[in-house]
Design a protein around this ligand. Structure first.
Ligand SMILES: Cc1ncc(COP(=O)(O)O)c(C=O)c1O
Length: 471
Protein backbone atom coordinates (compact mmCIF):
# COMPACT_ATOMS: atom_id res chain seq x y z
CA UNK A 1 0.00 0.00 0.00
CA UNK A 2 1.13 3.55 -0.77
CA UNK A 3 2.51 5.13 2.45
CA UNK A 4 0.48 8.29 1.87
CA UNK A 5 -2.83 6.48 1.75
CA UNK A 6 -2.50 4.17 4.78
CA UNK A 7 -4.05 6.57 7.35
CA UNK A 8 -6.71 7.63 4.85
CA UNK A 9 -7.85 4.02 4.42
CA UNK A 10 -8.25 3.70 8.20
CA UNK A 11 -10.18 6.98 8.55
CA UNK A 12 -12.46 6.07 5.64
CA UNK A 13 -13.15 2.66 7.22
CA UNK A 14 -13.86 4.21 10.66
CA UNK A 15 -16.16 6.98 9.44
CA UNK A 16 -19.82 6.87 8.52
CA UNK A 17 -19.37 9.95 6.31
CA UNK A 18 -19.63 9.32 2.53
CA UNK A 19 -16.13 8.53 1.24
CA UNK A 20 -16.28 11.08 -1.57
CA UNK A 21 -16.88 13.89 0.98
CA UNK A 22 -14.41 12.67 3.60
CA UNK A 23 -11.56 12.22 1.11
CA UNK A 24 -11.15 15.97 0.37
CA UNK A 25 -11.20 16.67 4.09
CA UNK A 26 -8.38 14.21 4.65
CA UNK A 27 -6.38 15.97 1.96
CA UNK A 28 -7.08 19.36 3.55
CA UNK A 29 -6.04 18.08 6.98
CA UNK A 30 -2.79 16.64 5.66
CA UNK A 31 -2.04 19.86 3.82
CA UNK A 32 -2.69 21.77 7.01
CA UNK A 33 -0.50 19.48 9.14
CA UNK A 34 2.32 19.43 6.57
CA UNK A 35 1.96 15.70 5.83
CA UNK A 36 1.13 16.74 2.27
CA UNK A 37 2.89 19.54 0.45
CA UNK A 38 1.85 21.52 -2.60
CA UNK A 39 3.01 19.62 -5.68
CA UNK A 40 2.76 16.14 -4.09
CA UNK A 41 1.44 13.61 -6.56
CA UNK A 42 -1.50 11.33 -5.69
CA UNK A 43 -1.37 7.68 -6.76
CA UNK A 44 -3.23 6.82 -10.00
CA UNK A 45 -6.98 6.27 -9.55
CA UNK A 46 -6.91 2.48 -9.77
CA UNK A 47 -4.11 2.25 -7.23
CA UNK A 48 -5.88 4.75 -4.97
CA UNK A 49 -9.09 2.71 -5.15
CA UNK A 50 -7.23 -0.48 -4.19
CA UNK A 51 -5.35 1.26 -1.36
CA UNK A 52 -8.48 2.84 0.10
CA UNK A 53 -10.68 -0.24 -0.32
CA UNK A 54 -13.15 1.72 -2.44
CA UNK A 55 -14.51 1.08 -5.88
CA UNK A 56 -13.16 2.99 -8.85
CA UNK A 57 -16.20 5.20 -9.38
CA UNK A 58 -16.27 6.31 -5.70
CA UNK A 59 -12.61 7.27 -5.88
CA UNK A 60 -13.16 9.13 -9.14
CA UNK A 61 -16.00 11.05 -7.47
CA UNK A 62 -13.84 11.76 -4.39
CA UNK A 63 -11.00 13.10 -6.54
CA UNK A 64 -13.45 15.22 -8.53
CA UNK A 65 -14.80 16.64 -5.26
CA UNK A 66 -11.26 17.44 -4.06
CA UNK A 67 -10.62 19.13 -7.40
CA UNK A 68 -13.87 21.08 -7.11
CA UNK A 69 -12.76 22.34 -3.69
CA UNK A 70 -9.49 23.51 -5.18
CA UNK A 71 -7.34 21.04 -3.27
CA UNK A 72 -5.83 19.22 -6.23
CA UNK A 73 -5.07 19.77 -9.89
CA UNK A 74 -5.65 16.95 -12.37
CA UNK A 75 -3.22 17.13 -15.31
CA UNK A 76 -4.26 14.86 -18.20
CA UNK A 77 -1.81 12.02 -18.65
CA UNK A 78 0.28 13.11 -15.66
CA UNK A 79 -1.97 12.44 -12.66
CA UNK A 80 -3.35 14.52 -9.79
CA UNK A 81 -1.23 16.95 -7.80
CA UNK A 82 -1.84 18.68 -4.49
CA UNK A 83 -2.40 22.40 -4.90
CA UNK A 84 -0.92 25.20 -2.81
CA UNK A 85 -2.04 25.64 0.77
CA UNK A 86 -4.46 28.35 1.86
CA UNK A 87 -3.02 31.85 1.63
CA UNK A 88 -1.01 33.02 4.63
CA UNK A 89 -2.92 34.51 7.54
CA UNK A 90 -3.17 38.25 7.77
CA UNK A 91 -1.41 38.97 11.05
CA UNK A 92 -2.57 41.52 13.55
CA UNK A 93 0.86 42.95 14.22
CA UNK A 94 2.07 39.70 15.73
CA UNK A 95 2.58 36.15 14.61
CA UNK A 96 0.33 33.33 13.48
CA UNK A 97 0.32 32.08 17.09
CA UNK A 98 -2.14 34.88 17.80
CA UNK A 99 -4.69 33.00 15.75
CA UNK A 100 -3.98 29.44 16.84
CA UNK A 101 -2.95 29.69 20.51
CA UNK A 102 -5.64 30.04 23.12
CA UNK A 103 -5.15 33.58 24.37
CA UNK A 104 -6.83 35.24 27.36
CA UNK A 105 -8.47 38.65 26.89
CA UNK A 106 -6.06 41.51 27.52
CA UNK A 107 -7.63 43.86 30.10
CA UNK A 108 -7.44 47.54 29.12
CA UNK A 109 -8.30 49.05 32.53
CA UNK A 110 -5.77 51.92 32.94
CA UNK A 111 -5.58 51.42 36.72
CA UNK A 112 -4.69 47.78 36.26
CA UNK A 113 -2.10 48.53 33.57
CA UNK A 114 -0.59 51.10 35.92
CA UNK A 115 -0.45 48.49 38.66
CA UNK A 116 1.44 46.10 36.38
CA UNK A 117 3.86 48.88 35.51
CA UNK A 118 4.39 49.81 39.16
CA UNK A 119 5.18 46.19 40.06
CA UNK A 120 7.74 46.07 37.28
CA UNK A 121 9.31 49.38 38.34
CA UNK A 122 9.31 48.33 42.00
CA UNK A 123 11.20 45.17 41.09
CA UNK A 124 13.75 47.23 39.15
CA UNK A 125 14.13 49.65 42.07
CA UNK A 126 14.64 46.84 44.54
CA UNK A 127 17.36 45.41 42.35
CA UNK A 128 18.94 48.78 41.78
CA UNK A 129 19.08 49.51 45.50
CA UNK A 130 20.49 46.09 46.42
CA UNK A 131 23.29 45.30 43.99
CA UNK A 132 23.58 41.78 45.38
CA UNK A 133 19.98 41.04 44.49
CA UNK A 134 20.39 42.07 40.88
CA UNK A 135 23.44 39.85 40.50
CA UNK A 136 21.60 36.95 42.17
CA UNK A 137 18.88 37.13 39.51
CA UNK A 138 21.51 37.21 36.78
CA UNK A 139 23.16 34.04 38.09
CA UNK A 140 22.37 30.38 37.59
CA UNK A 141 20.10 29.04 40.32
CA UNK A 142 19.03 25.60 41.41
CA UNK A 143 16.00 24.48 39.45
CA UNK A 144 12.68 25.19 41.15
CA UNK A 145 12.86 28.81 42.36
CA UNK A 146 14.21 30.54 45.46
CA UNK A 147 12.51 29.99 48.86
CA UNK A 148 10.68 33.32 48.34
CA UNK A 149 9.43 32.17 44.92
CA UNK A 150 8.25 28.85 46.31
CA UNK A 151 6.47 30.58 49.19
CA UNK A 152 4.66 32.81 46.72
CA UNK A 153 3.86 29.74 44.62
CA UNK A 154 2.26 28.06 47.66
CA UNK A 155 0.16 31.17 48.27
CA UNK A 156 -1.01 31.17 44.66
CA UNK A 157 -1.75 27.45 44.65
CA UNK A 158 -3.60 27.28 47.98
CA UNK A 159 -6.98 28.60 46.73
CA UNK A 160 -6.71 26.32 43.67
CA UNK A 161 -6.03 23.20 45.72
CA UNK A 162 -8.47 23.87 48.55
CA UNK A 163 -8.18 24.12 52.33
CA UNK A 164 -7.45 20.43 52.91
CA UNK A 165 -4.25 20.52 50.83
CA UNK A 166 -1.20 21.27 52.94
CA UNK A 167 1.16 23.01 50.53
CA UNK A 168 4.84 22.80 51.42
CA UNK A 169 7.67 24.45 49.46
CA UNK A 170 9.57 21.14 49.27
CA UNK A 171 6.86 19.72 46.99
CA UNK A 172 6.47 22.83 44.84
CA UNK A 173 8.66 23.80 41.88
CA UNK A 174 8.74 26.91 39.70
CA UNK A 175 9.18 25.99 36.02
CA UNK A 176 9.43 27.68 32.62
CA UNK A 177 5.74 27.51 31.65
CA UNK A 178 3.37 24.56 31.88
CA UNK A 179 4.66 23.22 28.59
CA UNK A 180 8.23 23.12 29.89
CA UNK A 181 7.13 21.28 33.04
CA UNK A 182 5.14 18.80 30.94
CA UNK A 183 8.23 18.08 28.85
CA UNK A 184 10.21 17.27 31.99
CA UNK A 185 7.43 15.24 33.54
CA UNK A 186 6.80 13.14 30.44
CA UNK A 187 10.51 12.44 30.07
CA UNK A 188 10.49 11.29 33.70
CA UNK A 189 7.35 9.15 33.67
CA UNK A 190 7.00 7.73 30.15
CA UNK A 191 9.86 6.17 28.17
CA UNK A 192 9.96 6.10 24.35
CA UNK A 193 7.51 3.49 23.03
CA UNK A 194 5.45 3.47 26.24
CA UNK A 195 1.83 4.62 26.48
CA UNK A 196 0.32 7.79 27.90
CA UNK A 197 -3.47 8.06 28.28
CA UNK A 198 -4.86 11.41 27.15
CA UNK A 199 -8.23 12.95 26.37
CA UNK A 200 -9.42 12.20 22.80
CA UNK A 201 -9.39 15.99 22.31
CA UNK A 202 -6.51 17.66 24.06
CA UNK A 203 -3.98 20.48 24.26
CA UNK A 204 -2.03 20.16 20.98
CA UNK A 205 1.25 20.71 22.84
CA UNK A 206 0.93 17.26 24.43
CA UNK A 207 0.74 15.73 20.94
CA UNK A 208 3.87 17.59 19.91
CA UNK A 209 5.72 16.46 23.06
CA UNK A 210 4.67 12.84 22.55
CA UNK A 211 5.94 12.92 18.96
CA UNK A 212 9.21 14.46 20.08
CA UNK A 213 9.71 11.95 22.91
CA UNK A 214 8.50 8.87 20.99
CA UNK A 215 5.58 8.33 23.39
CA UNK A 216 2.43 6.50 22.26
CA UNK A 217 -0.81 8.31 23.03
CA UNK A 218 -3.95 6.39 23.89
CA UNK A 219 -7.14 8.44 23.51
CA UNK A 220 -9.74 8.30 26.28
CA UNK A 221 -13.09 9.62 24.98
CA UNK A 222 -14.39 12.91 26.35
CA UNK A 223 -17.95 14.23 26.38
CA UNK A 224 -19.72 17.16 28.06
CA UNK A 225 -19.05 15.56 31.49
CA UNK A 226 -15.35 15.15 30.75
CA UNK A 227 -13.18 12.04 30.57
CA UNK A 228 -14.87 8.66 30.36
CA UNK A 229 -13.75 6.51 33.35
CA UNK A 230 -14.78 3.17 31.78
CA UNK A 231 -12.40 3.66 28.85
CA UNK A 232 -9.62 4.67 31.23
CA UNK A 233 -10.18 1.48 33.24
CA UNK A 234 -10.04 -0.62 30.05
CA UNK A 235 -6.78 1.07 29.06
CA UNK A 236 -5.30 0.46 32.53
CA UNK A 237 -6.21 -3.23 32.32
CA UNK A 238 -4.90 -3.90 28.84
CA UNK A 239 -2.33 -1.27 27.80
CA UNK A 240 -0.27 -0.66 30.96
CA UNK A 241 -0.13 3.12 30.49
CA UNK A 242 2.60 4.91 32.41
CA UNK A 243 0.44 7.94 33.25
CA UNK A 244 -2.82 9.75 32.60
CA UNK A 245 -2.47 13.31 31.28
CA UNK A 246 -5.65 15.33 31.70
CA UNK A 247 -6.89 18.90 31.59
CA UNK A 248 -10.08 18.38 33.61
CA UNK A 249 -11.12 22.01 34.08
CA UNK A 250 -12.21 23.95 30.97
CA UNK A 251 -10.59 21.42 28.67
CA UNK A 252 -8.70 22.97 25.79
CA UNK A 253 -10.45 22.67 23.29
CA UNK A 254 -14.03 21.74 24.32
CA UNK A 255 -14.26 23.90 27.49
CA UNK A 256 -15.81 20.91 29.30
CA UNK A 257 -15.11 20.52 33.01
CA UNK A 258 -14.98 16.92 34.20
CA UNK A 259 -17.72 16.35 36.80
CA UNK A 260 -16.92 15.45 40.40
CA UNK A 261 -18.42 11.97 39.96
CA UNK A 262 -16.15 11.31 36.97
CA UNK A 263 -13.12 12.74 38.79
CA UNK A 264 -13.78 10.43 41.73
CA UNK A 265 -14.15 7.44 39.40
CA UNK A 266 -10.92 8.34 37.55
CA UNK A 267 -9.02 8.81 40.81
CA UNK A 268 -10.30 5.48 42.07
CA UNK A 269 -9.14 3.70 38.89
CA UNK A 270 -5.75 5.41 38.96
CA UNK A 271 -5.31 4.39 42.62
CA UNK A 272 -6.28 0.77 41.99
CA UNK A 273 -3.90 0.48 39.02
CA UNK A 274 -1.24 2.76 40.50
CA UNK A 275 -1.17 5.10 37.47
CA UNK A 276 0.33 8.59 38.01
CA UNK A 277 -1.96 11.47 37.04
CA UNK A 278 -0.62 14.61 35.36
CA UNK A 279 -3.29 17.23 36.07
CA UNK A 280 -2.78 20.18 33.73
CA UNK A 281 -4.83 22.91 35.40
CA UNK A 282 -3.91 25.69 32.97
CA UNK A 283 -7.41 27.20 33.35
CA UNK A 284 -7.88 26.24 37.02
CA UNK A 285 -7.81 29.80 38.39
CA UNK A 286 -10.60 31.01 36.07
CA UNK A 287 -13.82 29.43 37.36
CA UNK A 288 -15.56 31.32 40.17
CA UNK A 289 -16.64 27.99 41.62
CA UNK A 290 -13.53 25.87 41.96
CA UNK A 291 -13.91 22.18 41.05
CA UNK A 292 -12.27 19.62 43.37
CA UNK A 293 -8.92 18.79 41.74
CA UNK A 294 -7.53 15.36 40.95
CA UNK A 295 -4.67 16.34 43.26
CA UNK A 296 -7.12 16.43 46.18
CA UNK A 297 -8.74 13.12 45.22
CA UNK A 298 -5.51 11.22 44.55
CA UNK A 299 -2.78 13.26 46.30
CA UNK A 300 -0.22 10.46 46.35
CA UNK A 301 -0.40 9.98 42.57
CA UNK A 302 -1.05 13.42 41.12
CA UNK A 303 1.38 15.88 39.61
CA UNK A 304 -0.56 19.14 39.66
CA UNK A 305 0.56 21.83 37.21
CA UNK A 306 -0.75 25.31 36.65
CA UNK A 307 0.70 28.60 35.44
CA UNK A 308 0.11 32.20 34.48
CA UNK A 309 -0.38 31.82 30.70
CA UNK A 310 -4.20 31.98 30.97
CA UNK A 311 -4.68 34.34 33.90
CA UNK A 312 -1.83 36.87 33.74
CA UNK A 313 0.45 36.55 30.72
CA UNK A 314 2.03 33.69 28.75
CA UNK A 315 5.14 35.80 28.18
CA UNK A 316 6.16 35.45 31.82
CA UNK A 317 6.84 31.73 31.18
CA UNK A 318 6.19 30.99 34.84
CA UNK A 319 4.33 27.89 36.01
CA UNK A 320 4.15 25.81 39.17
CA UNK A 321 4.16 22.07 39.80
CA UNK A 322 3.09 20.34 42.97
CA UNK A 323 4.63 16.85 43.11
CA UNK A 324 3.02 13.94 44.97
CA UNK A 325 5.94 13.81 47.43
CA UNK A 326 9.08 15.79 48.25
CA UNK A 327 11.23 13.00 46.76
CA UNK A 328 9.20 13.06 43.54
CA UNK A 329 9.67 16.83 43.42
CA UNK A 330 13.45 16.30 43.48
CA UNK A 331 13.21 13.81 40.61
CA UNK A 332 11.27 16.30 38.51
CA UNK A 333 13.76 19.04 39.39
CA UNK A 334 16.56 16.76 38.11
CA UNK A 335 14.76 16.14 34.81
CA UNK A 336 13.96 19.82 34.41
CA UNK A 337 17.53 20.86 35.14
CA UNK A 338 18.72 18.47 32.43
CA UNK A 339 16.24 19.87 29.91
CA UNK A 340 16.02 23.59 30.68
CA UNK A 341 18.49 24.46 33.52
CA UNK A 342 15.86 26.71 35.17
CA UNK A 343 13.06 29.20 34.67
CA UNK A 344 14.30 32.78 34.20
CA UNK A 345 14.92 34.23 37.68
CA UNK A 346 13.98 37.68 36.36
CA UNK A 347 10.46 36.79 35.30
CA UNK A 348 10.05 34.48 38.29
CA UNK A 349 10.91 37.40 40.60
CA UNK A 350 8.34 39.51 38.78
CA UNK A 351 5.67 36.82 39.16
CA UNK A 352 6.49 36.58 42.88
CA UNK A 353 6.19 40.35 43.19
CA UNK A 354 2.81 40.37 41.40
CA UNK A 355 1.48 37.57 43.64
CA UNK A 356 2.65 39.31 46.79
CA UNK A 357 1.28 42.76 45.90
CA UNK A 358 -2.10 41.40 44.67
CA UNK A 359 -1.58 42.32 40.99
CA UNK A 360 -1.81 38.67 39.85
CA UNK A 361 -5.22 38.30 41.50
CA UNK A 362 -6.40 41.63 40.07
CA UNK A 363 -5.37 40.48 36.56
CA UNK A 364 -7.14 37.15 37.03
CA UNK A 365 -10.33 38.93 38.09
CA UNK A 366 -10.13 41.34 35.14
CA UNK A 367 -9.62 38.46 32.68
CA UNK A 368 -12.60 36.66 34.21
CA UNK A 369 -14.81 39.78 33.94
CA UNK A 370 -13.77 40.33 30.35
CA UNK A 371 -14.42 36.66 29.55
CA UNK A 372 -17.94 37.04 31.02
CA UNK A 373 -18.64 39.91 28.62
CA UNK A 374 -17.29 37.97 25.63
CA UNK A 375 -19.30 34.91 26.64
CA UNK A 376 -22.48 37.02 26.66
CA UNK A 377 -21.70 37.98 23.04
CA UNK A 378 -21.01 34.33 22.19
CA UNK A 379 -24.39 33.31 23.58
CA UNK A 380 -26.12 36.15 21.77
CA UNK A 381 -24.71 35.11 18.39
CA UNK A 382 -24.16 31.36 18.66
CA UNK A 383 -26.26 30.29 21.66
CA UNK A 384 -28.74 28.52 19.38
CA UNK A 385 -25.98 26.80 17.38
CA UNK A 386 -24.97 24.29 20.06
CA UNK A 387 -21.84 26.19 21.06
CA UNK A 388 -20.28 24.82 24.28
CA UNK A 389 -18.48 26.92 26.85
CA UNK A 390 -18.71 28.40 30.35
CA UNK A 391 -19.13 31.94 31.66
CA UNK A 392 -15.58 32.32 33.02
CA UNK A 393 -13.91 30.70 30.01
CA UNK A 394 -12.50 32.44 26.94
CA UNK A 395 -12.59 29.53 24.51
CA UNK A 396 -15.58 27.72 23.09
CA UNK A 397 -16.34 24.62 21.07
CA UNK A 398 -18.56 24.99 18.04
CA UNK A 399 -20.05 21.90 16.34
CA UNK A 400 -20.44 22.38 12.57
CA UNK A 401 -23.19 21.24 10.21
CA UNK A 402 -22.45 18.40 7.76
CA UNK A 403 -21.99 20.92 4.95
CA UNK A 404 -18.87 22.46 6.58
CA UNK A 405 -15.53 20.75 7.02
CA UNK A 406 -13.70 21.92 10.17
CA UNK A 407 -10.42 22.49 8.32
CA UNK A 408 -11.94 24.46 5.52
CA UNK A 409 -14.17 26.47 7.85
CA UNK A 410 -11.27 27.27 10.21
CA UNK A 411 -9.00 28.40 7.34
CA UNK A 412 -11.83 30.46 5.84
CA UNK A 413 -12.57 32.09 9.19
CA UNK A 414 -8.97 32.80 10.13
CA UNK A 415 -8.59 34.76 6.90
CA UNK A 416 -11.51 36.84 8.14
CA UNK A 417 -10.15 37.51 11.61
CA UNK A 418 -11.89 34.69 13.50
CA UNK A 419 -9.56 32.79 15.86
CA UNK A 420 -10.79 29.32 14.90
CA UNK A 421 -8.84 26.05 15.02
CA UNK A 422 -10.17 22.78 13.54
CA UNK A 423 -10.78 19.72 15.71
CA UNK A 424 -7.96 17.79 14.02
CA UNK A 425 -5.37 19.95 15.79
CA UNK A 426 -6.62 18.58 19.14
CA UNK A 427 -7.61 15.02 18.21
CA UNK A 428 -5.65 12.07 19.53
CA UNK A 429 -7.77 9.46 17.75
CA UNK A 430 -8.65 9.05 14.10
CA UNK A 431 -12.19 10.39 14.32
CA UNK A 432 -12.11 14.08 15.23
CA UNK A 433 -15.62 15.50 15.60
CA UNK A 434 -16.96 18.01 13.13
CA UNK A 435 -16.18 21.07 15.25
CA UNK A 436 -13.81 24.00 15.76
CA UNK A 437 -12.44 25.76 18.82
CA UNK A 438 -13.10 29.48 18.91
CA UNK A 439 -10.89 31.75 21.01
CA UNK A 440 -12.63 34.88 22.28
CA UNK A 441 -9.54 36.44 23.86
CA UNK A 442 -6.24 37.83 22.60
CA UNK A 443 -5.69 41.45 21.65
CA UNK A 444 -9.14 41.71 20.01
CA UNK A 445 -11.57 44.30 21.36
CA UNK A 446 -15.19 43.42 22.14
CA UNK A 447 -16.18 45.03 18.84
CA UNK A 448 -13.74 42.77 16.96
CA UNK A 449 -15.06 39.70 18.77
CA UNK A 450 -18.58 40.70 17.83
CA UNK A 451 -17.54 41.18 14.22
CA UNK A 452 -15.87 37.74 14.22
CA UNK A 453 -19.03 36.16 15.64
CA UNK A 454 -21.09 37.83 12.89
CA UNK A 455 -18.78 36.26 10.31
CA UNK A 456 -19.32 32.84 11.89
CA UNK A 457 -23.11 33.27 11.97
CA UNK A 458 -23.11 34.36 8.35
CA UNK A 459 -21.02 31.36 7.29
CA UNK A 460 -23.29 28.97 9.17
CA UNK A 461 -26.26 30.48 7.33
CA UNK A 462 -24.51 30.34 3.93
CA UNK A 463 -21.94 27.53 4.10
CA UNK A 464 -21.49 27.42 0.31
CA UNK A 465 -19.28 30.57 0.51
CA UNK A 466 -16.52 28.46 2.10
CA UNK A 467 -16.28 26.15 -0.91
CA UNK A 468 -16.65 29.01 -3.32
CA UNK A 469 -13.66 30.74 -1.73
CA UNK A 470 -11.45 27.64 -2.11
CA UNK A 471 -12.23 27.30 -5.82
C1 LIG B 1 -4.20 22.86 28.59
C2 LIG B 1 -2.98 23.70 28.33
N1 LIG B 1 -1.83 23.38 28.91
C3 LIG B 1 -0.71 24.11 28.72
C4 LIG B 1 -0.72 25.20 27.90
C5 LIG B 1 0.56 25.99 27.71
O1 LIG B 1 0.85 26.69 28.89
P1 LIG B 1 2.23 27.51 29.04
O2 LIG B 1 2.15 28.69 28.14
O3 LIG B 1 2.31 27.84 30.49
O4 LIG B 1 3.33 26.57 28.63
C6 LIG B 1 -1.89 25.57 27.25
C7 LIG B 1 -1.92 26.72 26.32
O5 LIG B 1 -2.76 26.83 25.47
C8 LIG B 1 -3.06 24.81 27.48
O6 LIG B 1 -4.22 25.11 26.89
Amino acid sequence: MHKLTTPWAQRLRDSSQPAYLLFPELLAEDLHSGRLSPGDRLPPLRELAADLGLNYSTVARAVAEAQRRGLIDARPGRGSFVRGAAPALPLRGGSASEMTMNLPPEPQDPALLERLREGWVHMGNQMGSQAGRMMADLRYQDFGGTPADRDAACRWLQPLLGPTTRLTPDRVLVGPGIHGLLAGLLSLLVRPGETLCVESLTYPGIKALATQLGIKLHAIPVDADGLCPESFEEACKHLHPKALYCNPTMLNPTAATTTLARREALADIALRHNIPIIEDDAYGALPQRRPITMAELAPGLTWYITGFAKCLGAGLRVAYAQAPTAAASQRLAGAMRALTVMASPLTTTLATQWINDGTATAMLQAIRRDSNTRQALLQQYLGDRGVQSQADCFHAWLPLPASLSPNEAASFWRLRGVAAVASTAFATDTTPPRAVRLCLGGPSSHAQVEQALRVVVDTLAHPQQVHASVM
